[in-house]
Design a binder for this molecule. Structure first.
Ligand SMILES: [Zn+2]
Ligand SMILES: [Zn+2]
Length: 180
């Protein structure tokens, strides 16, 4: 009779992340002992944090490069949309705002093949920034407009007033609906 004796099931397990915590649970994929706090309930049973992450659908698995690509695509698109919507005005923004926001979200989705709340937040930020920047573009491209004026809260307020707020709100709502 050589080798190591088999460990009895009744032997106490200790959580792999919390060595002081005794537990009866094991991850059902890698078999690592985990405590109540570390275990994540998934449709296929309790798993450790690492194995639960692997289970997420790849469409929702996002890396920094996806956020970067999203910003690179959404910011210029939002800038253009902001310019157009500024000319269109708030009345027609009621009809067009959601469609434009959905279009920006669609372009982001085509570029990244990803979805998720994180992306929706980045796209929303881009829509807002794009609207403010395009509102500012008409001001700051005028000769003699000092760039220091950007730091003036009154100027910022006038940018918000100039940008099509109706469009911004509807576009952000549509982007969330599309990407969430
Ligand atoms: Zn595991
Ligand atoms: Zn633990």
């Amino acid at each position: 009779m050589g080798g190591t004796p088999p460990v009895a099931e009744s032997d106490a397990l200790y959580c792999a992340n919390h060595p002081a915590v005794e537990t009866l649970l094991r991850c059902n994929k890698c078999g690592k002992p985990i405590c109540q706090r570390c275990g994540i309930r998934t449709p296929v049973g309790i798993r450790c944090r690492e194995c639960a992450q692997l289970r997420r659908p790849p469409m929702y698995a996002l890396g920094p490069q996806h956020y970067l690509l999203t910003a690179l695509v959404a910011l210029p698109a939002s800038f253009l949309a902001g310019l157009v919507m500024q000319q269109v005005g708030p009345f027609f923004a009621f009809f067009l705002g959601g469609a434009v926001g959905g279009l920006i979200a669609e372009v982001v989705y085509r570029a990244t093949h990803k979805r998720g709340q994180g992306l929706a937040w980045v796209v929303s930020g881009c829509i807002l920034l794009g609207a403010l920047a395009s509102a500012g573009a008409l001001v700051f491209f005028m000769p003699g407009a000092p760039l220091a004026a950007l730091l003036n809260p009154q100027v910022l307020l006038s940018l918000i007033m100039r940008s099509n707020v109706v469009y911004v709100v509807l576009a952000i709502a549509a982007a969330f609906a599309r990407l969430r």
